[in-house]
Design a protein around this ligand. Structure first.
Ligand code: CS2
Length: 482
């Protein structure tokens, strides 16, 4: 890195001297603050044609904004030890599927594209957890099954592109899922196989044996950029930057090293290459993301706008710690990690006074998040003879949130792909037992073992009763005092 205007570090390499080798689907703040930064470090340390062509599947604005500023943007890294700003040169292009469809398809088919990575969020894939295949009711899956030559979703685009490449004699790209899903490489392979079985069955042997789907654990707390981000970027860099992102200084990336057609030297940026990501991924999903979801539902309903405010609420901060420790007890040993230290570090990160991370943002899409964050550790705790109590509190907080009303009676918008289904399930559910029954029975959501466990349901009911009768504040105080 070299110094830039106003103190921002500039890329430590000449971006124009490097071609693109990666297509990334899901050009959001998290990608810009995570994989793009690691790739920038890799290019500075080891070079290579590994710049990224970023693709927005739905938005048109993100690509337009980036194009207008030469695909450069600032990453503002902040915590209580200070602020540093760097300008990222790793993005070679920014495309919108809606505006630049031909260019997106060409990039996916280009022989130079050796990796396709994705951050399309949990709900973006259309994976059916219950069957381990495709979810036909998912809008993009349904669209792409009907018109597989005009794909708009992740599975449709990848299967179409891999088929084109095979027909043209071009080696397949490696598919790198960077979303917070358990066993994300295997999940994506199963999704593509499920989709190909119906649209391109002769691609199945290739998907089984030749395409690599390394699993990853990704971590960097990156709130959606707010109105203040642009002004901050201007102050720090001296440049107007409508694509800047604010994030924490901490970052982590653990990746299975399975890249048959090569990869950037992401280890130069601190990425850890391992044979099995599972222990790291379970640690992060259950301790960080699980505590995040719990505090998002409880915190939002208790009137806290940001995660940092939650951490100033003594009772709720206590529940956050309790949740992390209970989650830690459901884990297999994680190589080289002291889980007590990890929990403390998570609390410091949540307390970060410079990040305006909204509880409402984390509360989105609960039906897509609870299974791996809350239900999986609850099951594991019960299998080990431990109490699932903290997970039951989190589940009750989500159920209370799913009712869509504040304690004071004001409505709010659920922002979940299953919001309508939830609304219908809750129609007519009056008492707490009826609410639990309705939500627990959402297909493919709560594992059958939990649905059939009196211990679990009793704990959830106990908390939900207090939340509904006395309010979230009272429920937090009661749980924290227990
Ligand atoms: C959060 C994550 O919004 C959420 O659900 O829990 O985005 C979290 O901030 C990241 O996974 C941190 O790496």
């Amino acid at each position: 890195m070299t110094g830039g205007a106003g103190g921002a570090a500039l890329p430590g390499y000449d971006p124009k001297a490097h071609g693109a080798g990666i297509v990334h689907l899901g050009l959001g703040a998290f990608h810009k603050a995570h994989q793009a930064v690691y790739t920038d470090d890799a290019l500075a340390a080891a070079g290579g044609d590994w710049r990224i062509i970023g693709v927005s599947l739905r938005s048109t604005e993100v690509a337009q904004v980036l194009q207008a500023q030469g695909n450069r943007f600032a990453v503002i890294e902040r915590d209580s030890t200070g602020t540093s700003t760097r300008v990222i040169g790793a993005l070679a292009g920014a495309l919108s599927l809606q505006d630049d469809r031909a260019a997106v398809l060409a990039a996916l088919c280009a022989p130079t594209t050796r990796i396709v990575s994705l951050t399309v969020t949990e709900k973006g894939y259309g994976f059916d957890r219950a069957t381990g295949g495709i979810d036909r009711s998912h809008p993009a899956i349904a669209h792409d099954l009907a018109t597989p030559c005009q794909p708009i979703g992740a599975a449709g685009l990848l299967v179409w592109a891999l088929a084109q490449r095979r027909a043209a004699g071009i080696a397949p790209f490696t598919v790198l899922c960077c979303d917070n899903l358990p066993d994300n490489g295997r999940m994506l392979r199963a999704l593509l196989q499920g989709f190909a079985a119906e649209t391109a069955p002769d691609l199945l042997p290739l998907l089984r044996t030749q395409v690599a789907f390394p699993a990853t654990m990704v971590d960097r707390i990156t709130p959606a950029s707010g109105p203040g981000t642009r002004a901050l970027a201007l102050a720090l860099t001296g440049q107007d930057d409508a694509a800047a992102v604010e994030t924490e200084r901490f970052r982590q990336w653990v990746i299975e090293d399975d890249f048959p057609t090569g990869r950037p030297a992401w280890d130069a940026g601190g990425a850890l290459f391992v044979a099995d990501v599972t222990p790291y991924e379970e640690m992060k999903l259950r301790m960080l993301n699980g505590a995040h979801s719990m505090l998002a539902y409880a915190g939002f309903l208790a009137g806290h706008r940001h995660v940092r405010d939650v951490m100033q609420d003594a009772a709720l901060a206590r529940l956050v710690r309790r949740h992390m420790h209970a989650a830690a007890q459901t884990l297999a040993p994680v190589p080289g990690v002291d889980l007590t230290g990890y929990a403390e570090q998570l609390c410091r990160r949540f307390e970060n006074p410079h990040l305006a991370h909204e509880t409402r943002q984390i509360a989105m899409d609960g039906t897509q998040k609870l299974p791996q964050r809350i239900f999986a550790p609850a099951l594991e705790a019960m299998a080990r003879g431990q109490s699932p109590e903290p997970f039951a509190f989190a589940c009750a907080a989500w159920m209370r949130f799913a009712l869509g009303v504040q304690d004071g009676g004001a409505d709010f918008d659920l922002r979940d792909p299953r919001a309508e289904e939830i609304r219908q399930a809750l129609d007519g559910a009056r008492d707490t037992d009826a609410v639990i029954r309705a939500l627990a029975a959402l297909p493919g959501f709560m594992p059958a073992t939990l649905q059939g466990s009196d211990t679990w349901l009793g704990l959830v009911r106990g908390h939900l009763e207090v939340m509904r009768a006395q309010g979230m504040r009272a429920a937090i105080e009661a749980a924290a005092a227990a």
